[in-house]
Design a protein. Sequence first.
Length: 401
Amino acid sequence: MAVDDLWYSSRRERGPDGRLLPPTPTKRHGRGKRWRVRYVDDAGEGRERLFAKKPDADRFDAGVRTDVDRGLYIDPTAGRQLVKTYAETWRKAQLHRTSTSERVDRTFRHHITPVLGNLQIGRVRSSHIQAWARNVDLAPSSARVAYSYLVSMFGAAVRDRVIAVSPCSGITLPALDHAEHVILTPDQVHQVAAAMPARLRPAVYIGAGCGLRLGEVLGLELEHVDFLRREVRVTQQLVVTKGRTPYLTPPKTKTSRRTVELPQVTANALARHLQEFPPAEVEIADDTDRRESKVRPARLLFTSPRGNPVSRSWWGDMWQPGARAAGIPPMSGFHALRHYFATLLIFNGANVKTVQIALGHSTPTITLNTYVGLWPDQVDRTRTLVDDALGTQVPDAAVSS
């Protein structure tokens, strides 16, 4: 690294008397900036920058020397790329499952790129992020998810030395709306089950009695239900994404892979279901092993009348009439059964950790944020709690075809 004078030659001639002559002006004398700093960055690339005043060049030279020596140098030109350009690079590098990738892409396309996409990434300030957070047209919880994508992307830009610091610091996000969940009554659970097609009724009792997500229920195979131990193992979920037939993936999070207790009412509903609709092998894509996608026969507990995996659209068509019959609000889908299960545990004394494990939440914080304010103090077995509320037998109305 060095500071060069572009107006005068660095070579000095000597006169007849041996004394050094004044510096010789170069062809650039009097034109443009006089001082040049040349350096090699920590990636081995040659760089240069021009200055009008020598003190400015000296300060920059000293700073670059220090940053390069410490491995902290940030190339000023790297930050000139647009946010949308870096975002595309960042998204392609993520190890997201297909459904998550689609959600990230959709969030950037509709809510991030239109606002921040045409800014140079090195010029994005916290004020830009704060203005985005204030005006983004998303529910508070969805806005926080979108913000987490920005935090991750700008964090990657810092690690890539595209920018020195992330602008996602000190940002105030919209307050979460802790609106009360629709909490079903035991009668509503039985009513919605009775109104469902016979081949789907036990799914209602798995949701209300075991707290599984819909994808986890539809991904259950016969081998996952242990009637002797009265347990259900959650090891996969059925996923539907654009352009693909339903396929199997790992559960939503690492903690979603779990074993839950099988209440008697759910066990009875499943036993009757297996007699009426014995599982037949279904050829399905299995992506549960990230290293190797394969197609295999699966003995799914729930299939369509044609013997195919249950699609979300068909499930929705079957769910809505039952939900209306039970007086469940239109916007409350299958998750209402999961909320029923959670609030049942809470109201009967289960602590945060018990509910977190049963629901497969990744952290207790998620459980607390979702069901804040509902905890008494005691702990009990989840199986007994469900049996006490729903009984152990499926009513005749929920059995008849």
